[in-house]
Design a protein. Structure first.
Length: 230
């Protein structure tokens, strides 16, 4: 039986809703953004905390799994992990145990209750998150995981708070930037975008959260493009 406890996981709880359709459209847009080089490893990031990053990555992961792909979602926020709450998972072990060579990844990967979707939670908070994420062990782990999963989605700390997200972006095929409308200023988004560009991260696009439902899809798309303009 599924262990879902969070009603924000709408793509699983309400698969036919308009919100779920928006997530499926996001998945499709990502897939068509690179035909010749399939996007297998993605990072979902935000400039600040509280912009809906974890909700976005969780729902996006479900849509990929519903398509029949073997999906792994990873909590790379080793400071304030939250991904386990979305799926009702334990977090006493996880990525930090693997990076510390205390456990194999096969021992910490968990079933989410959704077909084809697995998760690796962050695990206990380490004293050196940035060093762990930039380690050779982390790079080697991703190479190994790519042999077992079609899509890997990584949830990261806020870009403007810690260097962790920029470190992780160098290991990804692309980055999705989540922005909460009405909360974050345009200059803050531009700074996050500039930081990603500085490390040569590939920005796939922007997800604009908390947009008034009266806006048409075209209007939302225009707002997203405006946010990314310099």
């Amino acid at each position: 039986m599924p262990r879902l406890i969070n009603n924000q996981l709408v793509t699983s709880l309400h698969a036919q809703s308009s919100v779920s359709e928006e997530y499926r459209m996001l998945r499709t847009n990502i897939q068509f953004s690179s035909i010749d080089e399939p996007i297998e490893v993605m990072m979902v990031a935000s400039a600040q905390a509280g912009e809906g990053r974890t909700v976005t990555i969780s729902n996006l992961a479900v849509t990929y799994a519903q398509e029949g792909k073997k999906v792994l979602v990873m909590d790379m926020d080793l400071r304030r992990s939250s991904l386990h709450h979305m799926f009702g998972l334990r977090n006493h072990t996880g990525l930090t145990r693997v990076l510390a060579n205390q456990q194999a990844w096969q021992e910490v990967v968990q079933e989410t209750g959704i077909d084809h979707l697995h998760a690796i939670t962050a695990g206990p908070n380490p004293p050196n998150p940035s060093e762990m994420l930039s380690s050779r062990r982390m790079k080697a782990l991703l190479v190994e995981l790519k042999e077992h999963y079609d899509v890997i989605l990584m949830d990261t700390p806020p870009l403007l708070s810690f260097p962790d997200g920029l470190i992780i972006s160098s290991m990804c095929d692309g980055v999705i930037l989540v922005v909460q409308a009405g909360k974050v200023k345009k200059d803050v988004v531009k700074k996050a975008k500039a930081n990603l560009e500085r490390v040569k991260a590939r920005i796939l696009g922007v997800v604009l959260n908390n947009v008034k439902r009266s806006n048409t899809r075209a209007e939302r798309g225009m707002e997203e493009r405006n946010l990314m303009n310099k």
